[in-house]
Design a protein around this ligand. Structure first.
Ligand SMILES: Nc1ncnc2c1ncn2[C@@H]1O[C@H](COP(=O)(O)OP(=O)(O)O)[C@@H](O)[C@H]1O
Ligand SMILES: [Mg+2]
Length: 290
């Protein structure tokens, strides 16, 4: 999987995705207004916001399924409103959607993963390598010959991710990829997403309504009323509980717990965002007592 990293090292342009003063309306329904946003190569960005805040619209603007009503979206310097760029943009920025059943096209896992690279007209040996690499990256080697409909939701979603990886993208945009999964499936899919970013250098844009998933990102943006209402690291975002709540979201469950403990006189920090941080804080208290 070295090649993904090499891809980045070649890059000179710093922002992989750029929204330049972007507004978007469905007819008279204005969904996004004057959005400026840069996503850097190798970054892991989480996008949060209440239902209908425009998250999916934003995802569709990235790979040119939608084009801005005004302003520009660029992917690796290419304007998404220029149709000549679309196939190149879609190779660079792959999309994964909520429902894995709608993304799987073939009756055998490896054929499904091969579908997009076959459409690129690549040579069969290259396709084989890409399919094997992609399936390995999502940990489904044992299921390469299985029928996708027999897999669990989490496995199917990983097949969909492998299908995108076989295109050798620089970036993956995932629109609530774990929304239909059980906790185990969610955790396996999140592990894969995290690893693709941290180890393979793939830029990730993750739309989610699970705060504990957003915590894994480098940066969070919160959409509300057509604008980016909050932006910052997970810790800075979730340390503003009142603001987060006013935007229709919650802080992660472990942050909620830390706040409650703190309010009950247990001396732990209120800006804890990961379970291991709370364990550490409580362990330190125990050592104080002894
Ligand atoms: N194809 C469409 N036609 C008209 N309105 C749409 C369409 N898709 C979404 N919308 C509207 O745009 C707004 C933002 O939707 P969306 O981007 O799907 O939000 P989110 O993904 O944050 O829930 C909502 O008010 C939604 O009803
Ligand atoms: Mg959506």
């Amino acid at each position: 999987m070295r090649e993904y990293i090499d891809f980045y090292e070649e890059g000179i342009v710093s922002s992989l995705i750029k929204f330049d003063n972007v507004s978007f309306s469905y007819g008279k329904n204005s969904v996004l207004q004057d959005i400026d946003l840069s996503v850097e190569k190798g970054e892991f960005l989480a996008v949060l916001g209440y239902n209908g805040s425009g998250k999916s619209t934003m995802a569709k603007l990235i790979n040119g399924i939608l084009v801005p009503s005004s302003g520009k979206v660029y992917v690796d310097g290419m304007d998404t409103s220029d149709e000549k760029n679309l196939s190149e943009i879609r190779k660079k920025a792959g999309m994964v959607f909520q429902n894995p059943d709608n993304q799987i096209v073939a009756t055998i896992v490896e054929e499904d993963v091969a579908f997009a690279p076959e459409n690129l007209g690549l040579d069969p040996k290259e396709i084989r390598t890409r399919v094997d690499d992609a399936i390995k990256a999502v940990g489904l080697e044992k299921h390469i010959k299985d029928a996708p409909h027999k897999l669990s939701g989490g496995q199917k979603q990983r097949v969909a991710i492998a299908g995108v990886l076989a295109m050798r993208p620089m970036c993956i945009i995932l629109d609530e990829p774990t929304a239909m999964l059980d906790p185990k499936g969610r955790s396996l899919v999140m592990n894969v997403i995290n690893r693709l970013n941290r180890e393979n250098g793939i830029t990730v844009v993750l739309i989610t309504h699970f705060m504990e998933e957003a915590v894994l990102a480098d940066r969070i943006i919160v959409l509300a009323n057509g604008k980016i209402a909050m932006e910052g690291t997970p810790r800075t975002i979730f340390s503003e509980k009142d603001k987060v709540t006013s935007l229709g979201l919650e802080v992660p469950p472990v942050t909620e717990l830390a706040i409650k403990l703190s309010e009950n006189g247990i001396k732990v920090s209120k800006d804890i965002i990961r379970p291991e941080e709370l364990i550490e804080a409580i362990t330190a208290l125990k050592e104080d007592i002894h």
